[in-house]
Structures are given as C-alpha cells and as structure tokens.
Ligand binder design. Structure first.
Ligand code: NIG
Ligand code: FE
Length: 390
C-alpha cells in the first residue's frame, strides 16, 4: 500500500467543521492531504505534511471531496433530441416521453446498455463525480428491470429499483395489475441486485396509495425507500417519504409549508435536481426556503435522456447558485456531504481521516469558481479510492 501527499493546496474542503475554519465546509488554507491506500490518512497545514512515498504539488489550487451524484437514470438506450427540440419551441414536458426510452431500452442488447452506462460514468468521472447512484425504470418488464439492475450493479453499489417509473404500456388499462407485478414477482427478481426502492409519485405515474404500496413492499424485501416526489405538481410524495423515513425525497419543486416543515423534522434529505428544471423550462426548486427551514439539501444531476440529459455536477452547482438561492459553499456541501447523506453514507463526501480517498483537484484557487466560471472544465485531477484516475 503506498501513500501520497497532495501539498500546497490553497483551499482544502474537508466537510468537517472541527478540522478547518469551523464552517460546515471545514476549509483548511495552505493545506495538505495524505492518502494511504484507499483512505484519507491525514489533513492539515502543508508545511506539516508527514513523509510519504509520493508527493503531488497542487501549486495553489483547490482540493474538494469527489462529487456524490445521488440521483441518476443511466441504464437506457436512445435519446430524445426531438422531444427536447419540441420543448424548446414551446411544447411542455410530459412524463409520457418515458415510453420512447422504454421502447429503445427493451430493444437494446446487454452490451449496448452497458456501453452506454460506461460512457456516462466516464463522462461523470471526468467532471469530478466519484460516486453515482443509478436506477432501473426504462425496462418495465420483470426481465428488463432485472437486467438493468444487474448491469448497474457491476459498476456501482448504489443501485435503485424503479419498476414503478410509469405504468408499463402493456398494463395501460390495468394499473393495479402493474402495481401487483412491481410489488410481487418483479420485486422478487430485482431486490437481489438493488439497495434502494423508488417510485415516481406524480399525476400520470403513481398516486400516493400506489407509491406507498411500492415502497412498503420494497422495505419488506430489505430495500430502503427513496422517492420522486412533488416534481411536476404538488402531491403526497414528500409526506410519504417522511412517514416512511425515506433516505431522500427527490425533486421537491412543488412544496407546501407543511411539506417543508415535515422535511425539517425528519432524516429525509431533499434532493434538488436543477438539470430537470433547466431542460424542461420549469420554475426552479426553492433551495433557500428549504435551507432556511433547516432541511438537509442534496443536489444531483438526475441524468436521464428525457428531463435532464447532463452528467455534470459542476453545471448543477452553477444553476443552484445562480437561480436557486444557494451560496457557493452551500452548493458544494450539497453535492458532496449532501449527496452522501441522501445515500445514508458517512464514508464518502468528506475528506477526514478514515474516509474514502475520493477527491478532486480543481484548476482554481477555490470551489467558488465552480459557479463563478460556469461551463469551464475546472476538474483537473480525480482520485477514486486512493487511485489517481484523471
Ligand atoms: O427524474 N420524473 C421521473 N423520471 C425522470 C424523467 C424520466 C424521463 O423523462 O425519461 C426524472 O426527471
Ligand atoms: Fe429522476
């Protein structure tokens, strides 16, 4: 096992207030971080860095934890360029477009699906993402959902069963029959490959009772709940998430004061996905309102071919800072420690001794540049599990 010290870091974000400037980001100036094997071994002042096998000179640039993208849909085939084009000339987004991707995904071979998935994961890694959650939901048959999860599980531990994305076309006249399948035989086939269960709780997808049935069936099989909630309209999803102690309620665009209050008094993280509002020309989720109420907020890409075809966490940071009332510090916390909280993980999203050595070197003196210089490829080094991969 070899050790590496990254020295001369202008600003090191640890996400541990006890290690740095006592802000939530726990920033250390003129810092060094030592990696031993796949873990962080030490952080502190650059001049005090212990002797190591290797040394990397950060030359006055910033080091931050690798991004934790806690919400994506990466197992699919085809794209929906035509739908995006139509939206940009005024047509509204409709969840019905999911059916286009379901058809393309069912028709694709395992090799095609895995090649796509690998392409998106590589794209994300180049932009600083070291942990990705991803879901099924474009198969909607027992075989196609199980296949998506099996392929995803080859690449990440954070795999989510989303058989309840929309009602499968074959069950258009029998939604109750589809819920029976999703909570019965399909769940049996999918649960061994997944950690999480998710449902799209929305008009045109699944109502509150159906969503409850899906999540409680998943729980009974050992899957932990998370939920697509309150994205396009107000609905019961957020309250259901809190009631079931879901790790995360995702989207959270249409919230009442009671929803915000429920989140604030729960362990459920509100995961905001501004790529979706960008690409559907919808109103932004109000991050400021959630943060001011004391809600834990994560930010993620929602990367999917319909509503948010971006794998770029830095892009989401820039949107959140520019348009959702987040400060650059809050946005950075939300894509690192916030993403980890949304996955109920404490080993990632922070650079503290014992944490996984997932870190990003920015070609900038601080993380503020992620929003200050939008669209500029600032990620210049990435270590995952202690290995430099970029
Ligand atoms: O999170 N909301 C549901 N699912 C995706 C969109 C899927 C699609 O349009 O293909 C989302 O935005
Ligand atoms: Fe989503």
């Amino acid at each position: 096992m070899s050790s590496t010290a990254i020295v001369n870091i202008a600003t090191l974000v640890t996400n541990d207030p006890s290690l740095g400037d006592s802000s939530p980001l726990g920033q250390v100036r003129d810092a060094a971080v030592v990696i031993d094997g796949d873990r962080v071994a030490w952080t502190g002042g650059s001049s005090k860095a212990p002797a190591t096998d290797n040394r990397v000179d950060a030359a006055g640039r910033a080091v931050i934890p690798g991004f934790v993208d806690s919400h994506s849909h990466l197992v699919f085939a085809g794209d929906r360029t035509d739908e995006f084009n139509a939206r940009m000339s005024g047509r509204p987004y409709s969840a019905g477009g999911i059916r286009t991707t379901v058809a393309a995904t069912r028709a694709a071979s395992d090799a095609e699906l895995e090649a796509n998935l690998t392409r998106f994961l590589t794209e994300a890694l180049r932009q600083g993402t070291t942990t990705v959650e991803t879901k099924s939901g474009y198969g909607l048959t027992l075989e196609d959902e199980a296949r998506a999860l099996r392929l995803a599980a080859r690449h990440t531990d954070e795999v989510t069963y989303l058989g309840a994305h929309i009602v499968a076309p074959e069950y258009a006249d029998d939604p109750a029959g589809y819920v029976d399948l999703v909570t019965g035989k399909m769940l049996d086939a999918c649960a061994p490959h997944a950690r999480w269960v998710d449902v799209f709780c929305e008009k045109g997808a699944f109502d509150g009772d159906q969503a409850r049935a899906v999540l409680t069936a998943g729980l009974a099989k050992g899957l932990h709940p998370r939920i697509h909630a309150n994205q396009l309209t107000h609905g019961p999803g957020v309250q259901l998430a809190v009631e079931l102690d879901a790790a995360s309620a995702d989207h959270c665009t249409h919230l009442t004061d009671a929803d915000v209050d429920a989140l604030a008094h729960s362990r459920t993280v509100a995961t905001l996905l501004p790529g979706a509002e960008f690409s559907t020309r919808a109103a932004w989720p109000d991050a400021r309102r959630l943060l001011d109420a004391g809600v834990t907020v994560a930010l993620s890409t929602d990367c999917n071919p319909g509503s948010s075809f971006t794998s770029s966490v830095p892009f989401c940071v820039a949107l959140a800072v520019r348009d959702m009332g987040m400060t650059p510090d809050e946005a950075l916390w939300s894509v690192t420690a916030g993403g980890a909280a949304a996955l109920r993980r404490t080993d990632i999203g922070r650079l503290t001794p014992g944490a996984r050595a997932d870190l990003v070197l920015l070609d900038a003196p601080s993380h503020v540049h992620l929003a200050y210089r939008p669209g500029v490829p600032l990620v210049t080094g990435v270590w995952r599990r202690g290995v430099r991969v970029l």
